[in-house]
Design a protein. Sequence first.
Length: 287
Amino acid sequence: MRLRSLLFVPGDSERKFARGRESGADALILDLEDSVAPPQKAAARGHVGQLLEGQASRDWAFFVRVNALDTGLTLDDMAAVVKPGLDGLLIPKANGAADIERIAYYLDALEVRSGMERGSVRVAVVCTETPRAMFALGSYAPAHPRLAALTWGAEDLSAVIGGTDNKESDGSWTWPYQVARTQCLFAAAAAEVAPIDTLFADFRDSEGLERDCRRSRRDGFVGRVAIHPDQVGVINRCFAPSEAEIAQARKIVAAFEANPGAGTLGIDGKMYDIPHLKAARKTLASL
């Protein structure tokens, strides 16, 4: 499952869903949580369930962000959307891997009810939205078989710890949120799942988004959340390896395959070792 770009779409908006389908995003996240007002949640739940039934042919993954476990709404959300066509759930405000075990327990039963193959619905987790979560990031490794990705968020964490802002004057994250971002990256690497960077709020600033995405990919993230269709093209471009990177990766892999006993090789006047080989293989695996 490729997850370079994951576009949020309010679960109660047919118009935004229609636009999202044409955006080129690798995944659409139909949202039943923050973008849907409480009086509209039941209707949004039914709407998303109906949308799932009409998407037989598509080149993007269908995810749903359910409401957090402590709301009492999660199981109702899941009962409405776990049906053929659903590829994954995004779990907000998770406190650790124990929450994913609980979600997986529900999924086991709901997949059987819907006639789906057990394990077909994957799970992505917003893993930094509560203070408890920050102390449980190591719990995701080894990963649950359903776990596909970890991402992080700053707004809910900022609200719950009482922060007055989470950005510096130059737009960079303040220190607590740099920690959350970094720990999410490490937790995903430890669990061997995809690390997905958080949203870039100013959807009109495409240049700023591109700079931030390039930093994100440099640091190790493999994709990013989008909040507007116009962000998708920039995200896809930034998280795709360039032709030069692909060519270099192929050269490194070929050189080590031709010298299977070597731990270090010189290629075009530069030394490469096993970490470079692992990185090259990861680049080629992303194609």
